[in-house]
Design a protein around this ligand. Structure first.
Ligand code: IPE
Ligand code: IPE
Ligand code: MG
Length: 232
């Protein structure tokens, strides 16, 4: 995959809310799970492409704490996709030197899936090419409450630096860009703490249709934005 019109300013950390899988499937009179399957193909393509451009961290929202309330069938099909992809496709990223990390409360998942997550994290922990964060059973509010609890147990001083160490993204810079596909203009409980100064991009494209051309375009728009961080 080759980039054609990308600006010289490449964001270091890109986060993506991959929304629209269900509608993509419904438009084709398919079951929603086929939309999620198509979404995984787009995810793999996008992550590989982003790292090939020189992006350092890619964070994707794959399953929210609220998504647990979907019909059991759909939740089961999502868990199955996680099971299959952590073992195989993400293994391919690990071979390329990508460190894989799970953001979220993994104990919700069946023990065999937790084992796969632990294994991929362990096997990839020396990866130097980039970091791939997968948010699974992740909620921004739950993450903040958890960090507060851990900081209080540590006995350390309450300040932003110490607090952020107890977030799932500890030791990682905040996202430069958050992209949401699927037309909705909200964060849906994603990276509430880390998004303070992220540039937001909303696209009507349903996630399975998201293209590398569109990513190129978002990256060049990012290059033209003026990030003032509250200054003049
Ligand atoms: C995003 O697609 C993937 C997950 C939330 C797991 P959706 O499943 O939310 O798709 P839409 O929004 O219903 O089209
Ligand atoms: C956000 O999408 C969660 C993921 C992409 C995993 P949702 O489809 O769950 O969000 P809402 O319901 O539109 O806010
Ligand atoms: Mg949705």
């Amino acid at each position: 995959m080759k980039s054609n019109k990308v600006s010289a300013k490449i964001p270091f950390h890109i986060a993506i809310i991959m929304d629209g899988n269900g509608r993509w499937a419904e438009k084709r009179s398919l079951l929603r799970k086929f939309g999620h399957r198509a979404g995984v193909r787009t995810l793999i393509k996008t992550v590989k492409y982003a790292f090939s451009l020189g992006v350092g961290i890619v964070t994707v929202y794959a399953f929210s704490t609220e998504n647990r309330l979907r019909p059991k069938d759909e939740v089961d099909s999502l868990i199955d996709l996680i099971r299959k992809n952590f073992a195989t496709t993400f293994g391919d990223l690990v071979k390329r030197g990508i460190r894989v990390r799970v953001l979220g409360e993994r104990s919700f998942f069946p023990p065999d899936v937790v084992e796969i997550m632990d294994k991929v994290e362990e096997e990839s922990k020396e990866g130097k090419t980039g970091i791939f964060n997968v948010a699974l059973n992740y909620g921004g509010r739950a993450e903040i409450v958890r960090a507060a609890e851990k900081l209080s147990q540590s006995g350390k001083e309450f300040n932003e630096e110490n607090f952020s160490r107890f977030l799932y993204t500890s030791d990682q810079p905040d996202p430069d860009i958050i992209i949401r596909t699927g037309g909705e203009k909200r964060l849906s409980n994603f990276l509430l703490y880390q998004s303070a100064y992220s540039e937001l991009f909303f696209s009507d494209t349903l996630w399975p249709d998201f293209s590398m051309k569109e990513l190129d375009s978002i990256i060049s728009q990012y290059g033209e934005r003026d990030r003032r961080y509250g200054k003049v």
